[in-house]
Design a protein around this ligand. Structure first.
Ligand SMILES: C[S@@+](CC[C@H](N)C(=O)[O-])C[C@H]1O[C@@H](n2cnc3c(N)ncnc32)[C@H](O)[C@@H]1O
Length: 278
């Protein structure tokens, strides 16, 4: 994130591509040729240990972004990362890839402090069947069924120490939450429906989170006029919400085709927006 100065951002809100979820395999291969060659080795050898190496390499690739986020956040700045765990059958053996714990480890190594996280519970009526739904097996006969994977994580990390403000800082007081918001948003489980992507295959590829997630996190962890960063913009949910609630926003997106979707959600053609194409 060469354009972003050290210590210049107050909050990062993002959802990266999820390691070991098939829809993101190709993107990780393009990001790191080592991951692509490990997949080829895996096709030839069928070894489980190669899958472990792929999983490690995917997290190392994401960790570069967490390290850059640490650099650009101010002292006391916060990073909120929405991530789901992945399940996959490897050589016929079903297993969990706990992405949330790997990201936590990487962020702690970088120097972030872990804070209590949020579990985003998605209500689902989908019948669970053969790993395509949430668990394998009927669930009635013990012991071989799996627990439903119906929560994602919103991990929260701090750089440095608590932020300090002058007494009665007007921007801080203008950003005050209501009692209802405080009580509901600072509880650990958020039950919210996922987003229905209407714009077809392209938008589905972004796996967008609901605006309500961005809205809550931005209001809880930043004040008016501050800067929010999203290094994995997708359809641009974070910039859209940040803009609506009086925050500045910096976003990165590798897939140029998504620019049209982002443009349809916020007007990119105003003097307040700078687009840098690399
Ligand atoms: C899970 S999606 C983000 C969805 C987003 N929160 C939304 O609401 O639409 C992850 C996005 O990161 C993008 N991406 C992946 N690697 C990237 C990179 N190195 N730099 C910038 N964007 C990247 C992908 O193209 C994808 O659109």
């Amino acid at each position: 994130m060469l354009e972003v100065k050290n210590d210049s951002v107050e909050l990062m809100v993002t959802s990266p591509p999820y390691p070991m979820i098939a829809m993101w395999d190709e993107l990780f291969c393009r990001a790191d040729p080592n991951i692509a060659s490990l997949w080829r080795i895996r096709e030839l050898s069928n070894e489980e240990k190669t899958v472990r190496q792929i999983y490690d390499a995917m997290h190392k690739s994401l960790a570069k972004v967490w390290a850059e986020t640490h650099r650009v956040l101010c002292n006391g700045g916060l990073a909120c990362i929405n991530i789901g765990d992945a399940t996959r059958s490897i050589n016929g053996k079903f297993q969990l890839f706990p992405n949330h714990s790997r990201i936590t480890e990487e962020c702690e190594k970088i120097g972030f402090t872990s804070l209590p996280y949020i579990l985003w519970k998605k209500p689902t009526n989908k019948p669970a069947y053969k790993g395509k739904g949430a668990f394998l097996g009927s669930g009635f006969l013990p012991p071989n069924a799996y627990v439903t994977l119906d929560c994602e994580f919103i991990l929260i990390f701090r750089k440095g120490n608590l932020r300090k403000f002058p007494p009665k800082d007007p921007s801080r007081y203008n950003s005050v939450l209501t009692k209802k918001q405080r009580d509901e948003w600072f509880s650990q489980i958020w039950t919210l429906k996922g987003t229905r992507q209407k714009a077809g295959a392209l938008e589905r590829r972004t796996a967008a989170y609901p605006e309500e997630i961005a809205n809550r996190l931005i209001r809880m962890f930043s004040i008016e006029g501050e800067t929010v960063l999203d290094p994995f913009l997708g359809s641009g949910t974070t910039v859209k919400v940040a803009n609506e609630i009086g925050r500045n926003c910096i976003g990165y997106e590798i897939d140029r085709k998504l620019l049209t979707i982002i443009d349809s959600r916020i007007d990119l053609h105003t003097e307040n927006v700078e687009i840098i194409k690399r």
